[in-house]
Design a protein around this ligand. Structure first.
Ligand SMILES: C[S@@+](CC[C@H](N)C(=O)[O-])C[C@H]1O[C@@H](n2cnc3c(N)ncnc32)[C@H](O)[C@@H]1O
Length: 371
């Protein structure tokens, strides 16, 4: 498999398992849905192999979905915005990070989220109980260089533009749009990452709610794949899913655990991939054998250049003049009001759609935003 672009640093990304998961995705589907998209690693890999006619990327974290909307529709605006923020940090990286985090918690600007993800500890989102991003900066590095981001965004844009819809939605609202002619890949938050004072993701997901949604997909014969639980050494993570769902479980070798290696242990992580009954029927009839491939290539860093068509898109991104960089360094005044004071936070730009914190659906409107 070719190297797949990876524009959004995101803890929990499935890019290292893409080559192991894709053999279970049948070709020729009408639409490929990824309703817990995060960095959308599997969508990008599927698009690289042209497995579907259309792709739907969706996440409950609206600014993250908006980053995807920009990658698909306005890549140069994203790259320029990121470069401006990134350059503005040179004299005071720690102060800039804190300022961007404060601003993001007010305005939910997708460019700021991308910068925070590039700079924060382990590229891992964390939200407090008020839904505020509260992850700290990793002070050992400045985050992905703009030239690297430009290359990754260009590559992703080339794969997705013209054939992708982006939504900010609760996964249930996305699943309601699927039909048996589609294919759905889901990588929901694990139980262990959704509870407690600080949450890894904006919204948690009780296993019962997930199970109910899977049951409905089965009833409608919509084929799906689900990454859910696994093992690290002898330690198991994630709960068992009910047997009556009829899912076929495949174990994927996710490689050595970095943390265990640091601790002098040599533990392999094994992740489960569940295949729905409708999918198993499809694969049995015309797909690959239901055995995982013997070895799983791990993508190397920077091993291939971005596609040239994409490079041309980014090349049209216009001048980034020193004056413009200085304006950003002086406090991002492009977003200031006419009297020089910062504009009020953008109202009507919610952080999450259709779901409140802690995984319940209280009080938020269920309309999806789309790009
Ligand atoms: C494990 S991560 C997915 C990582 C992804 N597979 C990748 O390759 O980067 C889970 C994602 O689900 C999102 N999420 C959590 N609860 C959700 C919900 N109820 N509906 C939609 N998305 C949700 C989180 O914001 C997070 O981005």
């Amino acid at each position: 498999m070719r190297r797949i672009p990876h524009p959004i640093p995101y803890q929990g990304s499935k890019r290292h398992l893409a080559a192991a998961i894709l053999p279970y995705v049948p070709a020729g589907r009408q639409r490929f849905f990824e309703p817990f998209s995060g960095s959308a690693a599997i969508t990008l890999a599927a698009a690289d192999q042209r497995l579907a006619q259309h792709y739907v990327i969706s996440d409950v974290l609206a600014p993250l979905a908006e980053v995807w909307g920009m990658i698909v529709n306005r890549p140069q605006a994203l790259v320029e915005g990121y470069e401006d923020v990134w350059l503005s940090q040179v004299d005071d990286p720690a102060g800039t990070y804190n300022r961007m985090r404060d601003e993001f918690n007010r305005d939910h600007d997708p460019v700021k989220l991308l910068y925070l993800l590039a700079r924060c500890v382990k590229a891992s989102v964390r939200f407090n109980r008020y839904g505020e991003f509260n992850q700290s900066a990793d002070h050992r590095r400045l985050g992905m260089r703009p030239s690297i981001l430009e290359r990754e965004v260009a590559g992703a844009h080339a794969l997705l533009a013209g054939r992708t819809s982006v939504l900010a939605c609760d996964f249930r609202d996305v699943l309601a749009k699927t039909t048996p002619r589609d294919i759905v890949y889901m990588d929901p938050p694990y139980q262990g990452t959704t509870n407690g004072k600080d949450q890894r993701y904006l919204a948690g997901l009780p296993v019962g709610e997930l199970t109910e949604a899977l049951r409905r997909l089965n009833d409608r014969r919509v084929p799906f794949l689900l990454s859910y639980d696994g093992f690290r050494g002898k330690q198991r993570y994630g709960e068992d899913l009910p047997a009556e769902l009829g899912l076929r479980r495949v174990l994927l070798n996710a490689g050595r655990s970095t943390q265990a290696t640091l601790n002098g242990k040599s533990e392999v992580t094994v992740e489960s991939l569940y295949l729905s009954p409708a999918l198993v029927d499809t694969l049995t009839v015309k797909g690959p054998a239901l055995q995982p491939p013997a070895s799983f290539p791990v993508f190397g860093r920077g091993s291939a250049a971005a596609p040239s068509r994409a490079a041309r898109v980014i090349a049209r991104s216009g001048d980034r003049t020193p004056a413009r960089r200085r304006r950003w360094a002086a406090g991002h005044p492009a977003r200031r009001g006419p009297n020089g004071r910062p504009d009020a936070p953008r109202s009507g730009r919610p952080l999450g759609n259709a779901l409140t914190l802690n995984g319940t659906r209280r009080g938020l409107d269920s309309a999806c935003r789309s790009w």
